[in-house]
Design a protein around this ligand. Structure first.
Ligand SMILES: [Zn+2]
Length: 245
């Protein structure tokens, strides 16, 4: 076994392995997405029992093996119990984790993604922010952090910064009246401004605004169209979430 390393991270998923163990996927600040075995984590008296679950956030001390890590200790600072105990909250939460796992890579700096997940879970727990708005903000910011986001600051064809615009997922952003021809969906200035804000603002400031139901509907449609062009896998947790509406 290699040397022990301590990382800060969140458990994205946990799979039972063998009789008593679990294989965790952890999104870490220091090493990106990693797999770690928590030996004996399913025994009732295990010190890893509570922390070896999705949503657990804290410090993990690990031994590095050839292809994966083994947990030697964990110190969990937030289990997000209120989220995992709330039926709809947990559905949103599992979807957020699955989208993070889809994008995250090993050995890259995932500190932004980790911060985004943490803030987004806090926003899901905040009853003043609608879950649907949290979802669309999280999705667009996840794509932004990972470098796959629409151009919404000027017309993708001519660079025109005067609206009104339409949104075209196929063209990767907004088109002005001159360039649109028959493409795209009409988008209000408020919806475009919201997208600009989500893309450009720091993660700490993301969940500080509200929009009308009409603008939320526009945002949802645009982000859904954009994601379906870029994400090449069906996310199971998203299908479950959608089936609830
Ligand atoms: Zn144009």
């Amino acid at each position: 076994m290699g040397e022990a390393v301590t990382v800060t991270g969140m458990v994205l998923s946990a799979m039972p392995v063998g009789e008593y163990d679990k294989r965790l996927v952890i999104l870490t600040r220091e090493r990106g997405k990693i797999a770690a075995f928590a030996r004996g984590a399913r025994r009732m008296n295990s010190p890893f029992l509570a922390g070896s679950r999705p949503f657990s956030f804290g410090e993990f001390t690990l031994y590095e093996g050839r292809s994966s890590y083994t947990v030697s200790s964990m110190s969990i600072s937030n289990y997000f119990v209120d989220l995992s105990n709330d039926f709809m909250g947990a559905l949103y939460g599992f979807y957020f984790l699955e989208l993070a796992e889809y994008y995250a890579r090993e050995n890259v700096d995932e500190s932004q993604m980790l911060k985004l997940l943490y803030q987004s879970f806090r926003a899901l727990l905040n009853e003043h922010i609608p879950d649907e708005l949290v979802k669309v903000i999280y999705e667009l910011k996840t794509m932004t952090v990972n470098g796959e986001y629409p151009q919404v600051f000027s017309c993708v064809q001519c660079g025109n910064t005067e609206g009104p615009y339409v949104f075209s997922a196929k063209r990767g952003g907004i088109l002005c009246g001159e360039c649109r021809e028959h493409e795209g969906m009409a988008m209000s200035g408020a919806a475009i401004y919201a997208m600009q804000y989500i893309i450009s603002s720091p993660i700490e400031k993301l969940y500080t605004f509200k929009v009308s139901d009409a603008v939320l509907a526009e945002l949802k449609k645009a982000v859904e169209q954009f994601m379906s062009r870029y994400i090449d896998r069906n996310l199971k947790s998203l299908e479950i979430l959608k089936s609830m509406y």
